[in-house]
Ligand binder design. Structure first.
Ligand code: SAH
Length: 354
């Protein structure tokens, strides 16, 4: 093991304020001793800070319409080869009811950026689902501050808005018509409005460097996110990045493990994208820092069309299949399924302080 690696690992794992150079060294962990030591530290901190419970967040992908043109995403407005769908209010509520029956504490309402759903419509849906006793996470992209405020008043608990990359130039290239500063502003609004905030980044984007990934982690730390979604880039053929190679799975695990060191309190999902690149991807992620899995609750007839990237797992399964498959996965790792809403410790300490 390189001495500089061992030094950086022990300093950062002890909770010393991370600097970019040390994070780059950790992210460049070599296969063998270095990676093993990194994963061991991440797993230890995971157990210490967030315990052995693995929280299940049922995701309802309620619309694949999108007004954006993100260069990596299959939902982009210019992809004409996608059958577009929108779930009705009743269908969304019905899916949430399935979540309750399956014992989930939280549903995640996710979609492309689809302004067909007015703020009021979504607020009504949120209120009904909250009334069932479920926690609600939203993941519907950038909207006006007042809309975020309305949803918060309707009862939404959390909001996921990945910053995608902390490199503003790379962000600009991949998101025509969008601005990195505006995305960060949205994250600040969400924080001010009292949401538990989730963000995160894609790993292995064309042109992305280890320095960029170190910046992603520093940004997540400065935002004090309650959750960080970190997944590999997967090329979608009907997008401008369709011919680029997928992000490396090993690099994704390293970013995840270092995220656990610098955000020890955070909920870190073993992402569907990791599971898509490798059959045991999510198991390995859970052993390298992750403590959340996001089972798909989208009704079977829509699943294949929520194609942010191709080959997404579980598109032929129904909601109950995912529930039992994941429970088995979690048990086989000697962990247990989390009960209740699974709010983050950071959030609970924030609200008791105020
Ligand atoms: N419109 C919502 C939800 C987007 S889909 C929003 O803006 O938040 C959820 C996430 O999927 C995105 O944040 C992005 O990080 C990820 N994603 C999209 N296309 C991808 C691809 N080709 N490879 C890997 N991740 C992708």
């Amino acid at each position: 093991m390189r001495k500089e690696f061992a030094d950086a690992l022990s300093r950062i794992a002890r909770g010393e304020e991370p600097d970019k150079a040390s994070l780059v060294i950790l992210l460049s962990a070599q296969p063998g001793e270095e990676e093993e030591a990194l994963y061991r530290e991440a797993d230890t901190l995971r157990a210490q800070y967030v315990g052995d419970e693995v929280h299940l967040r049922g995701v309802i992908e309620f619309s694949n319409h999108c007004r954006r043109l993100c260069h990596y995403c299959g939902l982009r407005a210019e992809n004409k080869n996608l059958r577009r769908y929108r779930m009705k209010k009743e269908e969304i509520v019905e899916s949430a009811r399935r979540a309750l029956e399956l014992g989930y504490g939280t549903v995640v309402l996710q979609s492309g950026e689809d302004t067909w759903y007015s703020a009021e419509m979504l607020a009504e849906i949120i209120a009904v689902i909250k009334g069932m006793g479920l926690a609600v996470t939203l993941c519907v992209g950038e909207r006006a501050r007042e809309e975020y405020a309305l949803w918060r008043e309707a009862g939404a608990d959390r909001y996921l808005l990945k910053h995608e990359t902390a490199n503003p130039r790379l962000y600009q290239k991949l998101h025509p018509g969008m601005s990195w500063e505006e995305r960060i502003t949205c994250l600040q609004w969400l924080r001010e409005l009292g949401y538990q905030v989730g963000s995160g980044n894609i790993v292995g984007l064309p042109g992305q460097t280890l320095e960029d990934l170190a910046e992603d982690l520093l940004l997540l730390r400065s935002l004090e996110v309650e959750m960080a979604g970190i997944g590999p880039f997967i090329p979608h053929p009907n997008t401008p990045l369709g011919t680029y190679p997928a992000g490396s799975l090993d690099l994704t695990y390293r970013v995840l493990a270092v995220a656990r060191l610098v955000l020890p309190w955070a909920h870190l999902p073993a992402t569907t994208a990791v599971g898509t690149l490798s059959p045991n991807g999510r198991q390995l992620a859970l052993q390298r820092g992750a403590n959340v899995v996001m089972p798909n609750l989208t009704p079977r007839q829509y699943r294949a069309d929520y194609q942010i990237y191709p080959g997404k797992i579980c598109i032929n399964e129904g909601p109950e299949d995912c529930r039992y498959c994941l429970e088995g996965m979690i048990r086989s790792l000697g962990r247990r399924v989390g009960r209740g809403p699974g709010h983050s410790l950071r959030y609970l300490s924030r609200i008791t302080k105020n």
